[in-house]
Design a protein around this ligand. Structure first.
Ligand SMILES: *[C@@H]1O[C@H](CO)[C@@H](O)[C@H](O)[C@H]1NC(C)=O
Ligand SMILES: *[C@@H]1O[C@H](CO)[C@@H](O)[C@H](O)[C@H]1NC(C)=O
Length: 400
């Protein structure tokens, strides 16, 4: 039996310690963020960097017009080149397996080579806003989650059937030549949660139903939309935020807020909104805490310019004019006790809205009509087709 040599044992411990230390250190090291910050330094050339620990290259606000080469940097995950003078999309294939975020906004890019975009298999965030792009190669970018194409020169909504497969956020704003968002182009965007399409030239509320199961946030500010489609809105089962400010919309569609949508916030400032009896459902929905709405009234004249928050139920009156009590098959709902629980009679305000009934739990909406001659309400129009422009039907009180 030879006893273990003390110094040998010791050396082995030291060796183990050193190995362990190096391993631990390298793990800690690899998690550390190492930023090479050279923003605002008036650089006109891409600075070469061979520090293999660098994770973030921060080069925004310079005058860089070309990236001639980038060494393989095994830890590099973020490149920020916003506000430079790049005219061509750089070749970052040397870091393609680690690059997660690439910021190229506010440059002068006109074109992106497919061969430079396609290798970026790890890329999750790509910011290309404020350039001069009119197209983007539709390559498979298997990790891409956020794509910003705002403020470019796209002539039409891009084909993202491959590029957009994993996208959760897309900003296509202010490509002012785009006049429509064709539903087939949304089909492949099966994970899209946020669509921002401000400042396009949309005249119609886009049919975003292909992404109705995922869409949570929809911005359509500053377009020329003149009519909303309730049919589309009710199908957006996850939509929580809708921004339609600066359009030409007169009324928001009556939708069963609770059941058919998860909408919590609607912003519709700078639209010619009619604040009459057809808007009462919005007040009810708001008072019930279902949704918060911001807008200013445009009509009638006495409410012009008044903020929605200063409007109460009494202000939302039916315009005087023709009444219409025929042309529909009706059922008598005078006794509200007999109707299902989702129907609720509202407080009576003169003759006008005695039959205001609610359908919080209804998948489709119901509309009742008050008949003054008999002092009764009748079911006017259980509809499942397109929503009517209710403003033209002043006697029909609409239930959301
Ligand atoms: C990739 O890295 C190699 C080695 O540093 C370099 O010679 C080459 O120019 C780089 N390529 C690009 C496109 O950056
Ligand atoms: C709104 O209704 C209230 C009464 O409920 C009234 O005091 C107010 O003047 C009305 N506002 C307008 C602009 O008519």
């Amino acid at each position: 039996m030879t006893p273990t040599h003390p110094s040998k044992s010791c050396r082995r411990n030291v060796t183990t310690f050193v190995v362990l230390f190096c391993l631990t250190a390298s793990v800690i090291w690899s998690q550390q963020i190492v930023i090479d910050d050279r923003s605002n330094q008036r650089l006109s050339n891409f600075p070469h960097n061979s520090d293999i620990t660098v994770t973030d290259l921060k080069l925004d606000h310079n005058y860089i017009h070309l990236v001639d080469y980038l060494d393989p940097l095994p830890a590099l995950s973020t490149i920020i080149l916003d506000f430079n003078d790049l005219t061509t999309f750089p070749d970052f294939t040397n870091v393609s397996s680690t690059l997660l975020r690439l910021y190229l906004s506010n440059n002068k890019l006109t074109y992106i080579y497919q061969d430079y975009l396609e290798p970026l298999v790890a890329l999750q965030v790509l910011s290309l806003d404020h350039n001069q792009l009119y197209q983007i190669p539709n390559v498979l970018c298997p990790s891409l989650r956020q794509l910003d194409l705002a403020n470019n020169n796209f002539l039409c909504f891009p084909d993202l059937s491959r590029l957009g497969r994993r996208l959760t956020t897309l900003d296509i704003s202010r490509n002012s030549i785009i006049t429509e968002i064709p539903p087939p182009k949304l089909l492949a965007l099966t994970e899209l949660k946020k669509l921002v399409a401000n400042g396009l030239n949309l005249e119609w509320f886009p049919d975003v139903r292909p992404i109705s199961r995922t869409l949570e946030w929809l911005e359509l500010r500053d377009n020329s939309i003149h009519r909303m489609s309730g049919n589309i809105i009710v199908e957006l089962v996850k939509l929580t935020v809708l921004r339609i400010d600066y359009n030409n919309i007169q009324s928001l569609p009556n939708i069963c807020m609770k059941r058919s949508s998860s909408l919590v916030s609607v912003s519709a400032m700078n639209n010619p909104i009619r604040c009459d009896h057809t808007a009462r459902w919005m007040k009810i929905a708001e008072e019930d805490g279902l949704v918060s709405i911001s807008l200013k009234c445009n009509y009638p004249p006495k409410l012009n310019g008044i903020s929605w928050t200063d409007i109460n139920m009494n202000n939302l009156t039916q315009p005087t004019g023709a009444t219409r009590t025929s042309n529909f098959k009706g059922i008598d709902v005078t006794s509200f006790l007999s109707v299902p629980r989702f129907v609720r009679k509202e407080t009576t305000v003169r003759n006008l809205l005695q039959c205001s009934v609610r359908c919080l739990e209804m998948p489709t909406c119901v509309m009742y009509n008050y008949i003054s001659r008999t002092n009764r309400c009748r079911l006017a129009y259980p509809y499942d087709g397109d929503f009517i422009d209710f403003y033209n039907e002043p006697i029909w009180h609409v239930i959301f």
